[in-house]
Ligand binder design. Structure first.
Ligand SMILES: Cc1cc2nc3c(=O)[nH]c(=O)nc-3n(C[C@H](O)[C@H](O)[C@H](O)COP(=O)(O)OP(=O)(O)OC[C@H]3O[C@@H](n4cnc5c(N)ncnc54)[C@H](O)[C@@H]3O)c2cc1C
Length: 349
C-alpha cells in the first residue's frame, strides 16, 4: 500500500522532493504559497551537488522539459559579470572555447539588459565585444516572451542578429519554459551562437521552478498552491496531521510522513524572532549559530522536536534547515541535494 507524504513549500526543495517521492510510489500532497526564493534565483545552480544521483535526476528532468542543462560552466550575468555554476541551461553557458567576438544585444530599450554597460564589463572576455540594440517596440504590458510569439517580430529580430558583428550574441532572457527551444531555432536562423544573460528576479528563476512543478505533477504529486500549512499535530515522536488554510477553506490532512521545505525568513519559512530564528509551527527545534546560519535542527534530514529528540517521520530540506556545510539560504544546489537525501531517508521509513 502506498504511503502518504505531505510536503510543505513549493520552492526547489519541496517540488524536487515531491517529484522524487511520487516517482517512488508515495502519495504526495505538496502545499505552498508565496513567491519562493527559488523563483527569484537565476535558475542556474551555484554550489556543489554532492550526490551524483541528484545530478542525474536534474539532468533527466531538464531534458524532458525541453530545457537541457549542462555544467560545470560559466555564464555572463546581465551586468556582464562572471557567474560560475555547477549546472546551468545550455544557452546560459559560454562554450569551452571563448568566442572571438561577442555582440551584446538589447531589445528595444527593455531594462533586462543594458547593452553598452554589459559590453563594457565583458570587454576582457573576447578580443572584440560590441553593443547593439534591436529596434523593436515592446509594449509595457507585454513580456519579451509574449512579444516574440509574433512571427513578424521574430523575423525582424533574426534579420537584426544576422547583422551582428559578434560570432556569439548575448541576449536578455526572453523565453518561458514552454518556448525555450525557440533559442535553438533563432540560433539556426541567424547563424550565430545565442547566449542568454544570467538574470535573477525574472524569467530564468520562474522557468526553473516551472520545470520542477511540471515534473512533480507529471510524476503524480497533488499540488495545493496558494495554501498555507498553519499547524502540525504530533503524537509522540511522529507528525500525524497538518492543517491547511487557503481563503475560506480549511482542511486537515493525515500523513505517514511530513517534509518541511519552507525556505528561509526572506520568504516566510522559518521566522525571525528578535535576533534568532524560530519555528512558526511551534513544533520543532531551530538553532541559530553565528557563522553557520540558522534553521531547523536535524539529524540527517530528520527534524528534532522542541526538546531536541529525533522525530521519526518529520524531515526537512533546503533553506529551512540549519547545516554546517553552508550558510543559511545558500542556494539551489543545497536545496536540491537536501531534497534528494531526504527522499532516501524517507524511503528507509
Ligand atoms: C534574489 C535571489 C537570487 C538567488 N539566486 C540564486 C542563484 O542564482 N543560484 C542559486 O543556486 N541560488 C540562488 N539563490 C538562493 C536559492 O534561490 C535558495 O537558496 C533556494 O531556492 C531555496 O529553496 P527552498 O526550496 O529551500 O526555499 P524556497 O524556494 O524559498 O521555497 C519555500 C517556499 O515555502 C513557502 N512556505 C513557507 N512556509 C509555508 C507554509 N507554512 N505553508 C505553505 N508554504 C509555505 C514559502 O512561502 C516559499 O514559497 C537566490 C536567492 C534569492 C533570494
Amino acid at each position: 500500500m502506498s504511503r502518504n507524504a505531505v510536503v510543505v513549500g513549493m520552492g526547489a526543495s519541496g517540488l524536487f522532493s515531491s517529484y522524487l517521492l511520487a516517482k517512488k510510489g508515495w502519495k504526495v500532497t505538496v502545499v505552498g504559497r508565496g513567491t519562493p526564493a527559488s523563483a527569484m534565483s537565476t535558475g542556474c545552480i551555484k554550489g556543489q551537488i554532492v550526490n551524483d544521483g541528484c545530478i542525474e535526476e536534474i539532468l533527466k528532468m531538464a531534458r524532458s522539459n525541453g530545457m537541457p542543462m549542462t555544467g560545470p560552466g560559466t555564464g555572463a550575468t546581465n551586468l556582464g559579470t562572471r557567474f560560475d555554476c555547477t549546472l546551468l541551461p545550455v544557452h546560459s553557458m559560454f562554450s569551452d572555447r571563448m568566442p572571438n567576438s561577442i555582440t551584446v544585444l538589447g531589445i528595444g530599450g527593455h531594462p533586462s539588459l543594458r547593452p553598452r554597460l554589459t559590453a563594457s564589463m565583458l570587454s576582457g572576455w573576447a578580443p572584440k565585444v560590441d553593443a547593439m540594440t534591436a529596434d523593436v517596440e515592446i509594449s509595457p504590458e507585454m513580456t519579451l516572451a509574449a512579444t516574440f510569439r509574433d512571427e513578424a517580430l521574430s523575423d525582424r529580430l533574426v534579420e537584426v542578429m544576422k547583422d551582428a558583428a559578434g560570432e556569439s550574441i548575448l541576449l536578455p532572457p526572453m523565453f518561458t519554459l514552454h518556448d525555450y527551444m525557440r533559442m535553438g531555432e533563432l540560433e539556426r536562423r541567424c547563424g550565430r551562437r545565442l547566449m542568454e544573460a544570467v538574470t535573477p528576479l525574472g524569467i530564468p528563476g520562474q522557468r526553473f521552478l516551472e520545470m520542477l512543478l511540471s515534473s512533480a505533477v507529471s510524476s503524480g504529486a497533488v499540488v495545493w498552491s496558494g495554501r498555507k500549512v498553519t499547524s502540525i499535530r504530533t503524537n509522540g515522536d511522529r507528525a500525524v496531521q497538518v492543517e491547511v488554510k487557503g481563503g475560506l477553506d480549511s482542511r486537515r490532512l493525515d500523513m505517514d510522513a511530513l517534509l518541511l521545505a519552507t525556505g528561509g525568513p526572506l520568504v516566510d519559512g522559518t521566522l525571525l524572532s528578535t535576533e534568532g530564528i524560530s519555528d512558526p509551527f511551534n513544533t520543532f527545534q531551530t538553532i541559530n549559530c553565528p557563522g553557520i546560519g540558522g534553521g531547523y535542527a536535524h539529524i540527517g534530514q530528520r527534524l528534532r522536536d522542541r526538546s531536541g529528540h529525533e522525530m521519526k517521520n518529520a524531515f526537512g530540506a533546503g533553506d529551512c534547515l540549519c547545516s554546517e556545510r553552508r550558510s543559511f539560504g545558500n542556494g539551489l544546489a543545497t536545496a536540491l541535494d537536501d531534497a534528494w537525501m531526504t527522499v532516501q531517508a524517507m524511503e528507509a521509513l
